[in-house]
Every structure is written in C-alpha cells, then in structure tokens.
Write a protein that binds this ligand. Structure first.
Ligand SMILES: NC(=O)c1ccc[n+]([C@@H]2O[C@H](COP(=O)([O-])OP(=O)(O)OC[C@H]3O[C@@H](n4cnc5c(N)ncnc54)[C@H](OP(=O)(O)O)[C@@H]3O)[C@@H](O)[C@H]2O)c1
Length: 239
C-alpha cells in the first residue's frame, strides 16, 4: 500500500510512519520542523520517504498535492496539527486567533484531502483516516476551544467524505485518541498528567504505538467500515 501521512516525523505520526514501514508499506511522510528525525526514520526504513511540507506555506502544500498521483496513493492519513491544545478561555481569545489556526490546519487538510479524493475517484478506490481527539466526546478541557472547534469541523467533513465517495470504493474514518505524551502535550504539568492517568479506567496513559496499531487496523478494513470514529480512551465513556 502507498501511504501519505502528514506530520509523520514526530509524536503519533512517527509511530504510524514506523508501524506502516515495518509492515512493508511505502510510506511518504511530511515533516515541518522535525527534519533530523525525518532523516533518522528514512535511515531506519528504506521504504519511508520524507517530504518537507509546512502547512503555512501554500507552495509546499501545492507541491505535496502534485505528488499524490506520482506515488499512486492508496491511503491518506491526516495527522499534522500546528498549534496548541490549550489556550485561554474562549471569551478571551481574539477572533483572529480562531481564523489563523483554522487557516493553518483545517484549510491545508481540506486542500490535501480534495486532491486525494480527486485521484481516488479516478482509480476507484482509496482510504482516508483523519486523527481527531477524544476531547470531542469527553468534557472538553477549559482553554481548548480553538483546537476542539477545528477537530469538530474535520469530524463533520470526514463524514461527508465518507458519504460522498463510498460509491467510488473510497472510505473515510476517524481515530480519536485520548491524551498521549508527545511534543503536543509536553508543556502539561506532571501533576495534571498524573490526574489524567488516574482518571483513565485502565490507569495507563495511551501510547502512540497503541494508536498506530488502530490506524493500521483501519487501513486494512473492509469498505463496510466507513464513516466511523474510533474512540481510543479505555472506555472512559462508552457511547
Ligand atoms: N498528544 C495528544 O494527547 C493527542 C491526543 C489526541 C489527538 N492528538 C492528535 O494527534 C496528532 C499528532 O499530534 P502529536 O500528539 O503527535 O503531536 P506532535 O508531536 O506535536 O505532532 C504534530 C505534528 O504536526 C506537524 N506540524 C506541526 N506544525 C506543522 C505545520 N505548520 N505544517 C505541517 N505540519 C506541522 C509536526 O511536524 P514537525 O514535528 O515536523 O514540525 C508533527 O509531526 C494531531 O492531530 C493531534 O491533534 C494528539
């Protein structure tokens, strides 16, 4: 399978890149700041190929889109997120900040996914997996309004991708992990991390490898598995 993952050089994305590469898939993964790590991944896996793509650069996003046909893409994994989990309380955040983070995250994801769907429709098949967050189903933490708002937007889009494209053998599913230790969460206080661990029914913090395993499962699932959201939070809430 030919896989494209955004933000595949660090955190959860790195775990997914390495997992798919170990399984023998050709993995094209983007990086922004993690260039040295991207080189390490390429050195470790002969079938993993790094592509520089900063979501804030229109040229780099456009260049990435042109690669979709060349690599004969089978699976797009929307993983990259630029921005932070926590900001101030909603009423204090400027509307410009909402617009900027939407522009930096949702718009590039839309643009890349449009290109992938255009290609998938021509070849009558393909899969899209989008990484969301379990904060969409749990009580959202204070200060997370921009982040959960953007993820909620992608969640609804992902459902539309699922319904509009299934007749072309294209599926779209989402994965919603709970808290993981990555660069994204490295400014969270140790005591808060202990509380998160304690409130998890398994009393364990979710690992990036566990989520990568779930993404791998979805990548080989039948077309009957379409439009689902796989929540990974040890059953914190069972819906
Ligand atoms: N950690 C958690 O607790 C948690 C929980 C639920 C969902 N998630 C989701 O999991 C996904 C991965 O996050 P993570 O936890 O692995 O954090 P992370 O290590 O910070 O990963 C974020 C990824 O996005 C990329 N990125 C950042 N800014 C970018 C930009 N301007 N242009 C292009 N790519 C950019 C980064 O690339 P570089 O490193 O190369 O800059 C990195 O690979 C995100 O969608 C996040 O919302 C995380």
């Amino acid at each position: 399978m030919n896989v494209l993952i955004t933000g595949g050089s660090s955190g959860l994305g790195e775990a997914i890149t390495r997992k798919f590469a170990k399984e023998g898939h050709s993995v094209y993964f983007t990086y922004n700041q993690s260039e040295s790590n991207a080189k390490k991944i390429e050195a470790d896996h002969k079938n993993a190929f790094a592509i520089k793509c900063n979501f804030k650069s229109l040229d780099e996003v456009e260049a990435l889109k042109t690669k979709i046909a060349t690599i004969e893409l089978d699976l797009l994994i929307n993983n990259a997120y630029s921005g932070s989990f926590m900001k101030s309380h909603f009423y204090k955040i400027s509307t410009d900040d909402f617009l900027t983070e939407f522009q930096d995250n949702v718009i590039p994801t839309i643009s890349i996914t449009q290109a992938a769907i255009g290609y998938f429709r021509k070849k009558k098949g393909g899969k899209i997996i989008t990484i969301l967050t379990s904060a969409l189903v749990n009580t959202p933490p204070a200060g997370s309004s921009i982040y959960v708002g953007n993820k909620a937007y992608l969640k609804q889009l992902s459902k539309v991708w699922a319904s509009e494209n299934i007749r072309y053998n294209i599926t779209s599913n989402t994965v919603s992990p709970s808290f993981m230790l990555t660069n994204f969460t490295n400014d969270i206080d140790e005591r808060v991390i202990e509380q998160i661990k304690d409130s998890n029914p398994s009393k364990k913090i979710l690992t990036t490898e566990e989520v990568a395993e779930a993404v791998l499962f979805l990548s080989s699932a039948s077309v009957q598995i379409n439009g689902i959201d796989m929540i990974i939070n040890s059953g914190t809430n069972i819906i």
